[in-house]
Design a protein around this ligand. Structure first.
Ligand SMILES: C[S@@+](CC[C@H](N)C(=O)[O-])C[C@H]1O[C@@H](n2cnc3c(N)ncnc32)[C@H](O)[C@@H]1O
Length: 291
């Protein structure tokens, strides 16, 4: 990916998120010299899309037709049907045009997640401001919403958590929500340095204290609540470490409904029981407790 590119003409590529996996899309973007990419959910339809932006000046010969052909060929090589691809030249005002696809979102009973350019939270809801595209976690993905709802529910229940570990924090959205909901000590860990930077910046912008750290394993000690929105495979592998960090409750997402059994079994072997499963679209969030 190329940083800090300025160009007066751009091509935007959109592929349905279920047509290409994230790693393959990242490789495709890298090979074509994309200036940026994002996983977006269209506000109007709720469809998830992989999106990338290409500066035309960086494409072969600055020729739009050649650039289109090159992108189409790479998409075909990635095994995506041409009919699924949307490729368009962006207008001069594209830098702000994308904002129309974003809106503030009420989440659960008490949260309000929005980019800075959308209206602030109405009375009774807690404002969480996140800039789209900084790191995974703008609240639009079902797994993020499921985790936010779980955190809110757990914080509103008996014996609310005083400490929380957000493993795989991304933008820090879950950590920030927990801090807003009254969790006193929140630790956010991610193995991507860019995510750690984004998490730190977002926590500061939201005026909450979150300890953001780079790492790929939970720190020593236990937390009243552990939340991890990663993927079923890594979550199953991390079961011994995440269970050891869980003082009382654990919420896991990033899990497709048909993968839930395997993840539950991995955590049951570590002495946790699944108390609740919430589903949104194809995704689930598992709420587990020490047996
Ligand atoms: C799906 S995003 C979740 C972001 C945010 N927590 C949310 O719920 O929207 C998963 C995040 O986990 C991070 N991650 C993946 N494997 C990890 C590991 N083993 N240790 C720490 N972070 C990991 C990724 O870098 C990414 O930021």
């Amino acid at each position: 990916m190329q940083d800090g590119i300025s160009s007066d003409a751009w091509l935007e590529l959109r592929l349905p998120a279920d047509a290409v996996d994230e790693e393959a899309f990242a490789r495709l973007c890298e090979s074509l010299g994309a200036a940026g990419r994002a996983l977006e959910t269209r506000a109007k339809t709720g469809d998830a899309e992989q999106v990338a932006w290409f500066p035309l000046s960086a494409q072969s010969g600055a020729d739009e037709q050649a650039a289109r052909a090159r992108i189409a060929a790479a998409v075909a090589l990635a095994g995506v049907d041409a009919s699924a691809m949307r490729l368009k030249r962006l207008q001069d005002d594209w830098a702000t045009a994308w904002q129309q696809d974003w809106k503030a979102m009420p989440v659960g009973e008490r949260l309000w997640v929005r980019p800075s350019f959308c209206e602030p939270a109405p009375a009774g809801r807690l404002d969480i401001v996140l800039e789209p595209g900084m790191a995974f976690g703008t609240g639009s993905h079902p797994t993020t919403r499921l985790c936010l709802e779980a955190i809110e529910r757990i914080c509103a229940g008996p014996n609310p958590p005083r400490t929380m570990l957000d493993m795989g924090a991304g933008s820090g959205i879950l950590a920030i929500a927990a801090a807003r909901l009254g969790v006193r000590r929140v630790l956010a860990v991610d193995n991507d340095p860019d995510a750690v930077d984004a998490c730190r910046a977002n926590a500061a912008a939201n005026g909450v204290r979150v300890d953001c750290r780079l790492g790929d394993a939970p720190p020593a000690g236990t937390f009243d609540l552990v939340v991890a929105n990663i993927l079923a495979g890594p979550l199953a592998d991390m079961a011994p470490a995440l269970a050891a960090a869980t003082g009382r409750r654990l919420a896991l997402s990033g899990i497709l409904a048909d993968q839930a059994g395997r993840v539950i079994a991995a955590y049951e072997r570590e002495g946790l029981s699944c108390r609740r499963t919430e589903r949104m679209e194809d995704w689930v969030c598992l709420e587990m407790e020490r047996a």
